[in-house]
Structures are given as structure tokens and as C-alpha cells.
Design a protein around this ligand. Structure first.
Ligand code: SF4
Ligand code: SF4
Length: 446
């Protein structure tokens, strides 16, 4: 008797493609580089295990349920497996197709729904988030934060809420408004006209990085355009399978750059850059935006990628009177997602006196992974602790990191290990160098 072919347990809305699933030969080379497998230690929390699960669900041999969803949720989306796989398995496409299936077909617990609602209704909307900043500033300045952290009370109520609180950066008055004009002229001869994306977390908590990025670009002959209508790039909902929200934010971003006539669209945050380059895929089923989305994506450049391509023309000065040992921390969405690893190092090496060092496990995720450190705090904490130990073991004077999520995660674990080493975005170091500023003990001395 011929066994009847089972039907798929994915819904019909863009399920993971069987032909992509079939490219996995189950060799297991990816396991050692997968952070969730290294921490959890179970096959089903590895790339190979998740591909087995996708295959079983697609063939009707397993369902999307509480157990299988947990294994997909435990994936950081770091894409280290994509870099490692000798068979070229497109795990990025597979997990990107699977996450919306989980969101649509597996009901979340009440606690899960609450934290996800908070995250997806707040973080991708800088203006909403900004309304909370005065209260958060007061929370930090009044000493309440210190008291609450000492009691550990939030962790007892909700470990995820505690994880969110634990990465809260220092709120300053400059976080309260956007202080960059819409057009900033190039210094000297104009070589390019570029758009700059401000990001959500970056514009609120790392505005100094955006300001440094703009100064570096203008000092190197770029006229900078910053459309005021720009919102979130959609990275956060896209990485978590919130398809409709991601598409809506992507359309809004494309509209805000319409008619700007820029040569390139520059981003200084790794996670955002990866999503911006995926707009053609995110809006691939939208007949009205499909073409514009691909054109937009074709113009997106990580700032380090762009500077490495066009070359630095501004004069650079040493940051210290002695050799400065810097460890560059690879963000997964630059290294694995965009294959950008040489360019940041090339740019940093041009600063006189800088010596770069490499940590052990440089390609392993720090545990930040968008909002992973809030949703899966235990795995994220293990990874954060390991990353900080490896960075410190290089003996570097400072850390360079090109992603706000990584910087927050590393800062948290440096504080937990009581270490005072500072983190800079490479654009901040370049900016200081162009302006002839010297590095002091805390940030820069003017
Ligand atoms: S994803 Fe690639 S490396 Fe991992 S088991 Fe499959 S074929 Fe091997
Ligand atoms: S994306 Fe990262 S966490 Fe997910 S399976 Fe691949 S290596 Fe593991």
C-alpha cells in the first residue's frame, strides 16, 4: 500500500521552502558556531535541529506547537550558521519564513504577549519612547534605579522586565530631541550627497554616534540629508516575525527618502543595515512598493562599508600620545548578515597609533540579538558574560562596537564584572581623530 503524502502543517502564507530545507545535508559543521547550541546544548536548539523541525512540520510529521516554537524562539538570528555552512544552506531565509508562521499559528502565553506588546508598540517608535525618557531620567537621577537593582525586585516579578531594565542606558537631556538639521553641507569639495538613517535606539540613546557619523561624512566631502519623517527601519519587528508591522515601517522609510536624490543611504547600526538591505525581500509581494524597495535597498551602505569604498580624505590625528590598543567587536548583522568585517578594521587602522587586537570567538554573538536579551535573558546573559571576558582578555584599552544593541549588552556585562573599559562606535573614534581630540580617561578631552 502506498503511504499517503501528509499535508504540511505550515500555513500557506510563505512557508519555508522545501527545496531550501533539502539543501541541508545534516553534516553538523554549523553546530560549534551556533550560540544557542553552545549554551543550551540540545540538537533542536541548533541550526541543523531547527531545519529538521521545519522539514517535519512541512511534511506534516510535526506541528507548530509550544515545544517546537520554543526551539525557533531560542535562535538568536545571528546568522553565524550561514557563514559556516559548507553547503550554502540559506538558514536566514528559512528562519525568516518560519518566524511569522510561529507568530500566526502558536498562541503566546499572557506574560509573553504582554512583554512582546510592550516591545513592539514602543521600541520601533522613537517619539513614543521619548515620552518615557523624563520619567526614566528621574528614575536614574533620584537613586531609585540603584535601590531597585539592589533589591532585585523586578527580577522576582519578571526576569524579562528585569533584563530590559538592566540594559537601560544613561538618559541625558540630549536624548529628548533630534538635534541634527535636515541638510548638512559637505566640508570642502562636495564628493557625494548621502542620506543618513538615525535609527530608533541610536537616535535616543546614542545621539553622539549619529552626530559623529554626520561630522565624519561631511569632513570627507559628503553633503548629508536627514529626512525628518523617517521612523524605524523595521529591523525589530522583521527579526521577530512581525511581518505586517515590518512591511508598514519599511514603506514609511522608503517614502521618507523619496525625492532626496542621494547617492547612498548610510546607516551606522549593524542590525538596521541588514534589514534595510532586505527591503526588496520584505516588500517582495507588494506590487506598489516592490521595485522602489529594491532600489532603496541597493543604495543602503553601512557607514564603514561606504567610507572604505570612497576613501577617507580628511586628515587624521592620533588619539593618544602612545599606542592605543583597540579591540573591534564584530556585530553579527555586519559580520554574518552583511559580510562586513574587513572594512571597519581598515577604517580604524587608518587612525595613527591604533593597534587592533582580535578576541577569541570573535564571530560568536554577544547575546544582544535585537530584543533577544530581553526575551531570552538566561541564554543572553551567558553569551554576554563570555563575550566580555574574551574582549577583556585581549588587554585592549577600549572596545569599538558598531551596533547599539551590542554596546548595551557589553556595557551591562562590563558593569556586572566591575570593569571600567569604555566602548566607542568606530565613527566616534574617527570623528575625534579628524577633530584632533585626545582620548582622556573618560570619553574625550576637548
Ligand atoms: S546547515 Fe549546513 S552546516 Fe549545518 S548541518 Fe545543514 S548542511 Fe551542515
Ligand atoms: S542564526 Fe545563530 S542562533 Fe540561530 S541557528 Fe544560526 S547560528 Fe544558531
Amino acid at each position: 500500500m502506498v503511504k499517503q503524502q501528509s499535508t504540511t502543517n505550515f500555513d500557506s502564507n510563505n512557508p519555508p521552502k522545501q527545496e531550501l530545507i533539502d539543501t541541508c545535508v545534516h553534516c553538523g559543521f554549523c553546530l560549534a558556531t551556533c550560540p544557542s547550541y553552545r549554551i543550551i546544548g540540545k540538537e533542536m536548539d541548533s541550526p541543523r535541529g531547527r531545519i529538521y523541525l521545519m522539514d517535519a512540520i512541512n511534511k506534516g510529521e510535526a506541528t507548530i506547537d509550544e515545544t517546537t516554537s520554543q526551539h525557533f524562539d531560542s535562535c538568536l538570528g545571528c546568522l553565524a550558521c550561514v557563514s559556516t555552512c559548507p553547503s550554502g544552506v540559506a538558514y536566514d531565509k528559512l528562519i525568516a519564513a518560519t518566524r511569522p508562521q510561529v507568530e500566526r499559528n502558536q498562541p503566546r502565553t499572557l506574560a509573553d504577549r504582554l512583554i512582546r506588546t510592550l516591545i513592539f508598540n514602543l521600541f520601533p517608535y522613537p517619539n513614543r519612547l521619548r515620552t518615557f525618557l523624563p520619567s526614566l531620567w528621574l528614575y536614574q537621577q533620584s537613586g531609585l534605579q540603584k535601590l531597585i537593582r539592589q533589591t532585585g525586585i523586578i527580577k522576582k516579578i519578571s526576569p524579562r522586565l528585569a533584563a530590559m531594565e538592566s540594559i537601560l542606558p544613561k538618559i541625558t537631556t540630549s536624548s529628548l530631541y533630534d538635534n541634527l538639521p535636515e541638510i548638512i553641507p559637505a566640508q570642502g569639495e562636495k564628493r557625494y550627497r548621502v542620506g543618513v538613517i538615525l535609527g530608533c535606539v541610536q537616535r535616543l540613546f546614542f545621539d553622539s554616534v549619529n552626530e559623529a557619523t554626520v561630522r565624519v561624512l561631511t569632513a570627507n566631502g559628503c553633503e548629508v540629508v536627514i529626512p525628518k519623517t523617517q521612523g524605524c527601519c523595521a529591523a525589530l519587528p522583521a527579526h521577530q516575525g512581525q511581518e505586517e508591522q515590518a512591511q508598514s515601517l519599511a514603506r514609511q522609510m522608503i517614502d521618507s527618502f523619496a525625492n532626496t536624490d542621494v547617492d547612498a543611504i548610510i546607516i551606522n547600526a549593524a542590525g538596521c543595515g541588514h534589514t534595510l538591505k532586505e527591503y526588496g525581500h520584505i516588500l517582495g509581494d507588494d506590487p506598489q512598493y516592490k521595485e522602489q524597495a529594491q532600489q532603496f535597498a541597493n543604495k543602503v551602505k553601512d557607514v564603514q562599508e561606504f567610507l572604505s569604498e570612497v576613501g577617507l580624505t580628511a586628515k587624521l590625528s592620533p588619539l593618544t600620545d602612545r599606542e592605543l590598543k583597540v579591540v573591534y567587536q564584530d556585530a553579527c548583522h555586519l559580520l554574518h548578515g552583511q559580510k562586513i568585517s574587513l572594512q571597519p578594521r581598515q577604517v580604524l587602522r587608518q587612525i595613527p597609533g591604533i593597534k587592533l587586537s582580535e578576541p577569541i570567538d570573535a564571530a560568536l554573538c554577544c547575546g544582544s540579538a535585537g530584543v533577544y536579551n530581553m526575551l531570552q535573558p538566561e541564554v543572553a546573559d551567558e553569551l554576554g558574560q563570555q563575550k566580555v571576558t574574551n574582549l577583556l582578555n585581549t588587554g585592549a584599552d577600549l572596545i569599538a562596537s558598531a551596533n547599539p544593541g551590542c554596546s548595551l549588552q557589553i556595557t551591562k556585562h562590563l558593569n556586572l564584572q566591575n570593569k571600567k573599559i569604555e566602548i566607542f562606535h568606530p565613527m566616534e573614534l574617527l570623528d575625534y581623530s579628524i577633530r584632533g581630540m585626545k582620548l582622556g580617561l573618560n570619553r574625550m578631552s576637548k
